[in-house]
Ligand binder design. Structure first.
Ligand SMILES: Cc1cc2nc3c(=O)[nH]c(=O)nc-3n(C[C@H](O)[C@H](O)[C@H](O)COP(=O)(O)OP(=O)(O)OC[C@H]3O[C@@H](n4cnc5c(N)ncnc54)[C@H](O)[C@@H]3O)c2cc1C
Length: 307
């Protein structure tokens, strides 16, 4: 079976496991990693091979050079990357190096390389195929459910000669953000998001309280972020993060198409909004028409009682 390269741009994340799950439907998954990563996790999700390249302090360019060299040597059936900022940058550079086509933001790839993209905030489904070279496809996080399939990967060290152009930008400092106890937004099983209806930054404590009671992450609409209620990295939507939790709770969010684009694949959607005509109710599995400042504390009390 032909190899399918799965590019692991940093540590092994949920999207990596999703890529391995998709790769298994296309061929034999080979992970390409940079430096020390959790190889056991890659094996658990079906990596038949792990190519280990050195981690470098030069930003993204060396990674594209390593992957391009591997593509030339191994002639894989496809290359899959996460639709993250870095994944897309590696993919773009790779496509240029190989003079190859590229598809970004796919949610699915068929065995013949046809990629499915969801465009215009979910209102249009596009099927596309790379017409020159092999399919290089970036996949949006949370597009599939990762499924384990144990393998015993062969590990191979790889090197690629870096050019001067690969060394134009260098990491000069790394600052590790202090991580709170909440799960990562894009990986959380429960997401509680607040919108403009939350009113101000202080009131977001209510959103955080509910998220914590449910063991979830906090999200925000763009209006809430733009109004300074919550930091930008928590924005959900077309120009924010894509989430697909088991439970998505929307508090004081109207349900604009750009917001839906980032959460509409959530398994169960609960909305609290005082406007019965709010478009979020078209999407919600459970809707509460009411004032979130009354509804949320009551819900929080009930959850506490049942804990
Ligand atoms: C190119 C582009 C990209 C965009 N990208 C994004 C994106 O990534 N994410 C995103 O979210 N938006 C995005 N937007 C903006 C989007 O169009 C909406 O403006 C935004 O989602 C609205 O946020 P909201 O629902 O919080 O605010 P509003 O639309 O103002 O809705 C607030 C809601 O709160 C309700 N409410 C008010 N008070 C209460 C209360 N006390 N109790 C209960 N309900 C209450 C109101 O009834 C209303 O429905 C984008 C727009 C564009 C043009």
């Amino acid at each position: 079976m032909a190899e399918v390269l799965v590019v692991v741009e940093g540590s092994v994340k949920k999207v990596t496991l999703e890529l391995l799950t998709i790769a298994r439907t296309l061929g034999s998954p080979s992970a390409v990693v940079f430096g020390d990563v959790d190889q056991a996790k890659l094996a658990e999700y079906g990596a038949e091979k792990i190519y280990v390249a050195e981690a470098s302090d030069y930003l993204v360019a060396p990674k594209a050079t390593v992957v391009a060299s591997l593509v030339r040597q191994k002639q894989p059936a496809a290359v899959l990357l996460g639709s993250t900022q870095e994944g897309k940058e590696i993919a773009g550079r790779l496509a240029v190096k190989l003079d190859n086509g590229l598809l970004t933001d796919a949610v699915e790839v068929a065995a013949d390389g046809t990629a499915t993209q969801v465009a215009f905030a979910g209102s249009t489904i596009v099927k596309s195929k790379v017409t020159k070279g092999l399919p290089i496809v970036t996949i949006r996080p949370n597009s599939v459910t990762p499924e384990p399939s144990a393998a015993t990967p062969a590990v191979e060290q790889v090197t690629a000669e870096l050019s001067e152009a690969d060394k134009l930008t260098k990491v000069v400092e790394r600052v590790t953000e202090t991580k709170g106890s909440r799960p990562e937004l894009t990986e959380a099983g429960v997401v509680v998001s607040g919108g403009r209806g939350v009113g101000n930054a202080d009131n977001f404590k209510l959103v955080e309280e509910l998220a914590d009671l449910l063991g979830g992450a906090v999200g925000a609409s763009r209006a809430a972020v733009d109004s300074g209620f919550y930091p930008h990295q928590f924005q959900v939507g077309q120009t924010g993060k894509t989430v697909s939790p088991q439970l998505y709770v929307a508090l004081g969010i109207s349900g604009a198409i750009q917001h839906r684009a980032g959460m509409q694949t959530s398994k169960t959607i609960v909305a609290v909004n005082k406007d019965p005509e709010a478009p979020i109710f078209e999407l919600a599995d459970y809707g509460v028409v009411g004032d979130l400042f009354k509804v949320v504390p009551q819900a929080a009390d009930e959850i506490r009682k049942r804990k």
